[in-house]
Write a protein that binds this ligand. Structure first.
Ligand SMILES: Cc1ncc(COP(=O)(O)O)c(C=O)c1O
Length: 352
């Protein structure tokens, strides 16, 4: 579905040179960033450098924008990409759109095809990240973007290696910033503007010598990290803040609950979690698409367990790796396979 009357689309064919800065550098390519060839914009593949919006549209549109972050993994035993839980991510995008009253104008099969088309067009053979997002289009003169304003939907992507096999861990600290709440900025919505909260918490954590923050809610119960849910293990029981604690309905969290219960054979409690339970935990780990399963080795300066990734986190990482790389038949339904193209495809003409 294309929209040739949308003023923000008229720039698409413009010469990239028109957008060079006075210093001659392309304004939209940050140093060290390898731009992919294509992104998907409201119905078609568009040259990455040509995908622009007028400066007038930026601020208000961003305040209302929603998005998803999805990973595609290289299959363990063949030349394919496996997109992890694509349909579930797109469903969550529609949930965010519904709560924010945004009209995406593309249905789920169209967006699913868009993700596949983009990953193929950018010719990824290794792990990649793909981000569908939507923002109200055009010039917004109102102070608040009205409900049901037409949206542009973008899908962009970049290469992103998995860290599942890295012997990684991080230092976390409880933030003095509280998590945004259901009554003001619902954390269930995956909105770019929600990340202002996580960013403040992250800056504080880094300032104090930690890697990542953990945020409490207005009842001072544990919620999540700046971009990932979390779980802890205490006396063999896995515990994660409930979905009404003020967290995003994380798909890695949901995946972890399934794997912990069905494969590791442990129970998972979803309930309110006190800050001091973090201090008594044998293990803590973050759960998120980008972070995957990231063990927390210290919390507020206290060592977690023996200060190395614990057995549940390590087993979970292993099982997660099996699933996302297509080695587990039981969870194949979570994967959308994109075989590497063998020959140029008419779907992706080279003159786009
Ligand atoms: C605030 C926040 N919480 C949790 C998550 C984890 O969600 P998921 O596992 O679906 O990526 C994310 C991921 O982007 C996030 O931004």
């Amino acid at each position: 579905m294309t929209n040739s009357t949308d003023p923000t689309r008229q720039d698409v064919s413009a010469s990239p040179h028109a957008y060079e800065t006075e210093h001659g550098a392309a304004a939209d390519t940050p140093a060290g960033h390898d731009a992919p060839k294509w992104l998907w914009r409201s119905g078609s593949l568009v040259n990455w450098h040509s995908a622009r919006v007028h400066v007038n549209a930026v601020g208000h549109a961003s305040a209302s924008a929603i998005f998803e972050g999805i990973r595609a993994y290289r299959a363990a035993d063949r030349d394919s990409l496996l997109v992890f839980r694509l349909e579930d991510h797109l469903r969550r995008l529609y949930d965010s759109a519904r709560i924010c009253r945004l009209d995406l104008r593309h249905n789920l099969p169209e967006l699913s095809e868009a993700v596949v088309a983009l990953l193929r067009a950018n010719e990824y053979r290794d792990d990649a990240y793909v981000r569908p997002w939507a923002f109200p289009s055009g010039f917004i003169k109102e102070q608040m973007v009205p409900a049901d304003s037409p949206c542009e939907v973008i899908v962009d992507s970049w290469a992103l290696d998995s860290t599942l096999l890295a012997p990684e861990g991080c230092r976390a600290a409880v933030s003095s910033w509280l998590r945004i709440s259901e009554s003001s900025m619902p954390p269930r919505v995956k909105a770019f503007s929600n990340y202002h909260n996580g960013r403040l918490a992250l800056l504080e954590a880094r300032e104090n010598g930690h890697d990542w923050p953990v945020l409490l809610n207005e009842r001072h119960k544990v919620t999540e990290g700046a971009g990932a849910c979390l779980a802890l293990v205490r006396n063999g029981q896995v515990i994660t803040p409930s979905l009404t604690s003020g967290v995003l309905e994380g798909l890695t969290r949901a995946t972890a609950i399934t794997l912990i219960e069905e494969v590791l054979g442990l129970g998972v409690e979803q309930r309110e979690v006190d800050r001091t339970e973090l201090y008594l935990a044998d293990e803590i780990f973050f759960l998120g698409t980008a972070w995957e399963i990231l063990p927390v080795l210290s919390i507020d300066g206290l060592r977690v367990g023996d200060g190395t990734p614990g057995p549940v986190a390590l087993q979970l990482r292993h099982e997660y790796q099996q699933v996302v790389r297509g080695r587990s038949h039981r969870y194949r339904h979570w994967l959308t396979e994109i075989p590497a193209p063998k020959a140029p495809s008419p779907l992706f003409p080279s003159n786009l």
